[in-house]
Ligand binder design. Structure first.
Ligand code: PFF
Ligand code: NA
Length: 446
């Protein structure tokens, strides 16, 4: 008995919404700015943009193509597409690694989703009003120091994710993405406008786009590459799963371009919103995961209409985080549902509770359990680094090597509607540029 019904997306548009819902999330607004700050600015940004265009985009197209051909979940899709190409079933391991990666990411993603929820409440109660940088900083440290508070909001966030996935109403959120993403973009524009009034906008622009190449090293390049995967939801089988619902007529390259542009615009917008505040208040560029939570509330607390804008912003951020988190739980649930006698809702509950439990270890590493557990890293950092810098690039490499070298070239060209010079470019990207890029970055950072 096959439990998965293979419906198709109603249109290219609703597919774009679902893929954008997965892509745009905490990675853009929370993670991208702090990685820029930790990695020294523009050099990181430019390498990141190169990784997005030359590696991320081809892999996104590849994952959708595999999904569309395999018409199944990531593991089965890889296995069946490999079998049709006369390749061994071990390629299914790419799908399995993706499911594991999604589970690990969800565990700590939910902790940050919890922060976003907590800050939504903080905006309503006026916690940020009239605060200076020290006050806002103290608010954040207070939250981080309280395991109970972190646990409460992590649990609420995960409950929401489980509830939505268990009821199988994921698709109901598609329409909401249509309204809420533009709203999020609009709020970023308002915040960028606020940044312009600080007198430090030029400094931020310079920091983001005028590279100091001496900041560049293997570590930074790997961070940029890893984040390119993270932000586009690549290397976890999620886009393979989405591709399996895709009709033959959809132009994958054009669609990928749309999703990639939206994701990139939101990330850069977040950077442009946050860095003027950092410079204006002489905050630490390398604050890490706290960065947006110690900058944006400062703006909201000191601008006209800040109360309502802050509330809207953190609500929208929470929503963006939810749509991404749902896409992380979905493949895990499908995997469990297929391999155990559990129903869909039971699978969602079991998988979600597993990720929730691991998330507890992650949140404790911000306070009572900050000791390193492995490679000198605490649980949160370990989960983050292990997935972004190791698992995602590696599974992404698997997918692209497979598509570049083991699938029939003419078949791929036909699937993607490519011919002539464009086809040659595609082959160059998928056979050489992307895999060699990933491999070199990977090896040089070891
Ligand atoms: N792409 C999401 C973000 O940028 O927040 C995070 C994410 C979602 C990563 C889904 C991986 C994934 F499979
Ligand atoms: Na993203």
């Amino acid at each position: 008995m096959s439990k998965t019904t293979h419906a198709q997306w109603s249109s290219r548009f609703s597919f774009i919404l679902a893929a954008t819902g997965s892509a745009v999330g905490l990675g853009n607004i929370w993670k991208f700015p702090y990685m820029v700050g930790e990695s020294g600015g523009a050099a990181f940004v430019l390498v990141y943009l190169l990784c997005i265009g030359l590696i991320g985009l081809p892999i996104l197209v590849t994952e959708w193509m595999i999904g569309r051909r395999g018409q199944s979940n990531p593991v089965n899709a890889m296995a069946s597409v490999a079998a049709k190409a006369g390749q061994p079933k071990v390629w299914a391991l790419v799908g399995v690694a993706g499911v594991i990666g999604a589970f690990l990411i969800l565990s700590f993603y939910s902790v940050i989703g919890g922060w976003s929820l907590y800050y939504t409440l903080g905006s309503v109660t006026g916690d940020f009003s009239g605060q200076d940088a020290d006050g806002i900083g103290a608010l954040f440290s207070g939250m981080l120091a309280s395991p109970g508070l972190l646990l409460l909001w992590h649990s609420i966030f995960m409950l929401l994710v489980i509830g939505i996935v268990a009821r199988g109403v994921t698709k109901g959120l598609e329409g909401a993405v249509n309204v809420l993403m533009p709203a999020l973009a609009l709020l970023l524009v308002v915040l960028v406008g606020y940044g312009m009034t600080t007198g430090h906008f030029g400094e931020a622009l310079n920091y983001l786009f005028n590279p100091d190449w001496s900041a560049l090293n293997g570590e930074v390049v790997l961070a940029a590459l890893g984040h390119a995967f993270f932000t586009l939801s690549l290397g976890m089988g999620i886009m393979i799963a989405y591709g399996s619902y895709l009709g033959e007529k959809v132009d994958l390259i054009k669609t990928a371009r749309t999703v990639v542009i939206m994701d990139t615009v939101i990330a850069l917008g977040a950077g442009l919103a946050i860095f003027p505040i950092v410079f204006a208040n002489q905050l630490d560029l390398a604050s890490g995961p706290s960065l947006i939570f110690v900058t944006l509330p400062l703006a909201f607390g000191n601008m006209g209409g800040g109360l309502i804008l802050g509330l809207m912003f953190f609500l929208l951020l929470t929503f963006a985080a939810l749509t991404s988190a749902i896409s992380l739980l979905e493949p895990v649930v499908e995997f469990v549902e297929e391999r155990t006698p559990l129903s869909r809702s039971a699978s969602a509950v079991v998988s979600g509770i597993g990720a929730w439990a691991l998330g507890i270890a992650a949140l404790l590493s911000f306070n009572v359990w900050s000791d390193p557990v492995l490679f000198g890293l605490g649980v949160f950092d370990l989960l983050d680094k292990l997935t972004s810098k190791f698992m995602l690039p590696l599974t992404g490499l698997g997918a692209i090597l497979f598509a570049g070298w083991f699938l029939n070239r003419e078949g791929v060209a036909e699937d993607l509607g490519l011919s002539g010079g464009k086809e040659v470019l595609w082959v160059a990207l998928t056979r050489f540029v992307a895999p060699i890029g990933v491999a070199v970055v990977f090896i040089s950072s070891l």
